[in-house]
Design a protein around this ligand. Structure first.
Ligand code: ADP
Ligand code: ASP
Ligand code: MG
Length: 456
């Protein structure tokens, strides 16, 4: 039997935190049931790597140097705080030096070319997980736990979509059978980095920001496919579990003990950063429970995500900023047969994914991520429609079970919102969410009011 334990950036953010993780992992389970540990980059390191990438491509030499220095220092300071044996310390220091050298070479290459390919970007962004996971493995061995570091690129097979790679689940399971199961069978805890995989060519890929959660779920799935019993995938983070809202915006938010997979997926999609949107699918498909827990308070029970969870009604409220709305009107006023298909084919042609959709007799309103390239979309739509844009919006989503059939939810939502202006409304297609769009500046207030109405 194997548990998969994933530790996020804050859970491995300092030497002290890494030692806490080692203690937590080291004191669990029996030797016959070693776990698989997946770690994120140390908190803030992926952001530093993104900054390094940008300053390198803009040839901002001083900023790039400063980032390189800080990334190296973060890891070396952590290493020195781990109290490793001299041998272990030497090996870890050499690994850090090697990764930092690579980091410097990539940065130099980017600045020489003044451009960055998605493939180079992935090679650079992966460095945080490649180092942090080695430190965790060493910290485990330092307290006497038999642990082995495995390069995530030997474990996670993906396609070549750099920056947002998709897993090749059958190939990943084959690699688990060959590389991971023998280690577990020998009683060793396997430690690896999340977020990172390898394309068929062997090139380093990443799963997209927040992707270590997804790695953990994929690894749980691969273990099960390779024949191990997986009791749970535990996502260890810096809050008690999934809460009724983001506690950074709603301090009164409280723990949700249990959510269904559908609810968790909606919450993740609509901005609850605590779980990466794609995370649960591989786990749910195999009936493996996902548990979200607080590494700062390991005694708490956390939130359990199950295929089905008890209870109905509103479970939590999520919010995602950085949204732009397009209002696409038909000049002939009534929407003709085939009009919607024509509108959406423009989005498809430009590979822009649409988010919230609402229609009226004369127009279609669509929201997209503000980072999407919209020039081409607007140009093509303007050939047959009147298009207007509204920027700096946020999507707010009330998530729960049987929302459509629970009387009065919409009334309560709108009464609670009061004078907060709602730009667009969409009763979710799945009965698990009611979603609307407000100005970004109004979103925190909307969240506070809704929370008060449904949970306080
Ligand atoms: P990690 O580094 O462990 O992956 P993240 O920062 O990605 O952690 O996710 C945890 C954060 O998610 C929390 O600190 C919290 O601010 C945020 N968050 C947003 N919505 C929720 C929610 N509904 N419940 C819990 N946390 C939430
Ligand atoms: N380190 C990556 C990020 O910051 C992946 C993760 O932490 O899940 O996005
Ligand atoms: Mg995360």
């Amino acid at each position: 039997m194997t548990d998969v334990l994933k530790f996020g950036g804050t859970s491995v953010g300092t030497a002290e935190r890494i030692r806490d993780v080692a203690r937590l992992v080291g004191t669990r389970g029996r030797v016959e049931d070693p776990c698989l540990v997946v770690v994120s980059a140390m908190g803030g390191v992926t952001d530093l790597l993104v900054g390094l990438k940008n300053s390198s491509s803009e040839r901002k030499k001083e900023a790039a140097e400063a980032a390189l220095h800080e990334i190296g220092a973060r890891h070396r300071v952590a290493l020195s705080g781990l109290a490793l044996s001299a041998d272990e310390s030497r090996v870890c220091a050499a690994a850090i030096d090697e990764e930092m050298l690579r980091c410097r070479e990539l940065s130099l290459g980017i600045s020489l070319l003044e451009e960055i390919s998605p493939r180079t970007s992935d090679a650079l962004l992966a460095i945080g997980e490649l180092i942090s996971s080695r430190l965790v493995a060493a910290a485990l061995r330092a307290r006497g736990t038999d642990a082995v570091w495995v390069d995530p690129r030997e474990m996670l097979a993906t396609d070549a979509t750099h920056g947002a790679a998709l897993a090749d689940e059958p190939e990943t399971a084959r690699r688990f059978a060959a590389r991971v199961l023998p280690e577990l069978a020998a009683g060793r805890v396997v430690v690896t980095g999340g977020f990172v995989g390898a394309a068929p060519s062997g090139a380093t890929t990443t799963l997209g920001r927040g992707g270590s959660d997804y790695s953990a779920a994929l690894f749980g799935a691969a273990l099960k496919d390779a024949g191990r019993v997986v009791s749970a995938i535990e996502i260890w983070t810096d809050v008690d579990g999934i809460l009724t809202a983001d506690p950074r915006i709603v301090p009164q938010a409280r723990l949700v003990p249990e959510v269904s997979a559908a609810e968790a997926a909606e919450l993740a999609f609509f901005g609850a950063k605590v779980l990466h949107p794609a995370t649960i699918r591989p786990a749910v498909a195999r009936g493996i429970p996902v548990v979200v827990r607080n590494s700062f308070r390991p005694d708490g029970a956390g939130t359990i995500v199950r295929r089905d969870a008890a209870g109905t009604g509103v479970r939590a409220i999520a919010m995602r900023k950085g949204v732009t709305a397009l209002f696409v009107g038909s000049p002939r006023m009534l929407l003709a047969y085939g009009y919607a298909a024509k509108v959406f084919s423009v989005f498809e042609r430009h590979r822009v994914s649409v988010d919230v959709i609402a229609t009226s007799e004369v127009s279609i309103s669509i929201t997209v991520d503000e980072k999407a390239a919209l020039d081409g979309v607007v140009r093509d739509l303007s050939e047959f429609a009147e298009v207007s844009l509204l920027e700096h919006l946020a999507v707010v989503s009330v998530v729960g079970r049987n929302l459509r059939s629970t009387a009065g939810i919409a009334v309560r939502v709108f009464a609670a919102l009061g004078d907060v202006n709602v730009v667009l409304v969409s009763q979710g297609a799945s009965d698990t969410n009611m979603t609307f769009v407000v100005a970004e500046g109004d979103a925190p207030e909307a969240l506070l009011r809704l929370h008060k109405e449904f949970f306080e």
